[in-house]
Write a protein that binds this ligand. Structure first.
Ligand code: PMV
Length: 366
């Protein structure tokens, strides 16, 4: 972890000048799920995700030097308005980051953030939000130390810092596909940060779509941090962590081989196992809704009737992520309009994406 601790003893190495930065960072959808953690945001099992495109957060920070203060000084606006719940999460996050960014005690930050998707749509925003913020902070560090805010070391630190905000956020740092967590077969894999895995992506996955079917846009009844901690006493925890490792190993081979059918089998088994774990927690909880199951059954029938490689995965919620190659967009749309539209509140069209980008640091006027 020392590699990420930057000159704590030598804060004079920083030259803090006023400035601004901005990053757009996408959400990601896990195929092998992270569920269960320990220590300081360390995963109980490795996970692998597709980085998305349309569901993203944009964050901008204007910063200026101030005299030493005890806790990080900042203001925060979400989509143009103050948001006390997000502010207190950011407050906690920034104070944990001081060992990695000693300059945080010497700057005042005006942070402004917004999502491309409606906040209450039931789409998890922590991966995009925390990775966008992590990129901004890493860019500030680069500006203060005269380094580039690009390249493998910069991305690795961004992933490490994003992880401390929300585990899954560390995977949003890379284009295409990312792996987080120790996995013997992947050299350099670590519980501390994610690795880019684009090199294993067979072309059949290169244009993969993720159509998010919004079964319910209500707030989640169980937060993911509460869900992670319920794994501590889950009777199936040990077997789960072994399964995840084995499945990931198989998935890597399948993604390299371009085996769509086996990819789908793994993705669906993994989604159902995630929800089975929730149902086996103490207390148990069910995040799927009747229409989630209705859509899964309808999808299985659609697949049996047509042979099209269209699969689902689930996050910690009732919404369905439909995964399929871009060549099937019209067929899938027709089926959705004919059979699924009455069961959902709406849908978000997303696709595998290129990862975070630097944006203009001008504050948008709301
Ligand atoms: O990053 P967190 O703490 O919100 O956890 C994410 C958990 C899942 O979305 C269910 C799975 C995953 O790996 O993204």
């Amino acid at each position: 972890m020392e590699q990420f601790i930057n000159s704590r003893e030598n804060p004079e190495e920083y030259s803090i000048i006023p400035g601004s930065t901005g990053w757009r960072s996408p959400s990601n959808i896990a195929i092998i799920k992270y569920w269960g953690k320990h220590g300081n945001q360390l995963p109980r099992n490795p996970s692998l995700s597709f980085t998305l495109t349309s569901a993203y957060t944009e964050t901008r920070i204007q910063y200026k030097p101030i005299a030493d203060n005890i806790s990080p000084a900042f203001s925060f606006r979400f989509e143009g308005v103050e948001n006390p719940a997000f502010s207190s999460r950011i407050q906690k996050y920034l104070s944990h980051l001081e060992p990695y960014f000693p300059f945080l005690g010497k700057v005042d930050l005006a942070i402004s953030s917004g999502n491309s998707f409606p906040h209450s749509s039931g789409i998890a925003s922590s991966a995009s939000a925390m990775s966008a913020l992590a990129f901004c902070l890493c860019s500030m560090e680069a500006a203060f130390t005269g380094k580039e805010d690009s390249g493998p070391d910069f991305l690795r630190k961004a992933s490490f810092i994003a992880r401390l905000g929300s585990g899954s956020a560390c995977r949003s740092v890379y284009p295409g596909i990312a792996l987080w967590g120790r996995q013997d077969q992947v050299h350099g894999s670590s519980d501390l940060f994610a690795l880019p895995m684009g090199h294993i992506l067979h072309p059949v996955f290169g244009d993969f779509r993720d159509t998010i079917l919004l079964v319910s846009s209500g707030q989640k009844k169980v937060s993911s941090s509460a869900g992670h901690s319920l794994m501590d006493n889950n009777p199936y925890a040990t077997i789960r962590y072994q399964n995840a490792g084995k499945r990931l190993s198989r998935l890597i081979d399948v993604i390299e081989a371009g085996d769509l059918n086996e990819f789908g089998n793994i993705a669906e088994a993994e989604a159902l196992e995630l929800h089975a774990l929730m149902m086996a927690s103490s207390p148990p909880f069910i995040l799927m809704l009747p229409d989630t199951l209705a859509i899964i059954h309808a999808l299985h029938k659609f697949r049996a009737d047509t042979g099209y490689p269209v699969y689902f995965t689930l996050d910690a919620g009732p919404n369905i992520h439909l995964l399929y190659p871009a060549r099937l967009v019209s067929e899938v749309n027709r089926w959705l309009e004919a059979e699924i539209a009455p069961l959902i509140e709406g849908r978000i069209e997303d696709a595998i994406g290129k990862g975070p980008v630097k944006i203009s640091s001008e504050f948008a006027s709301h």
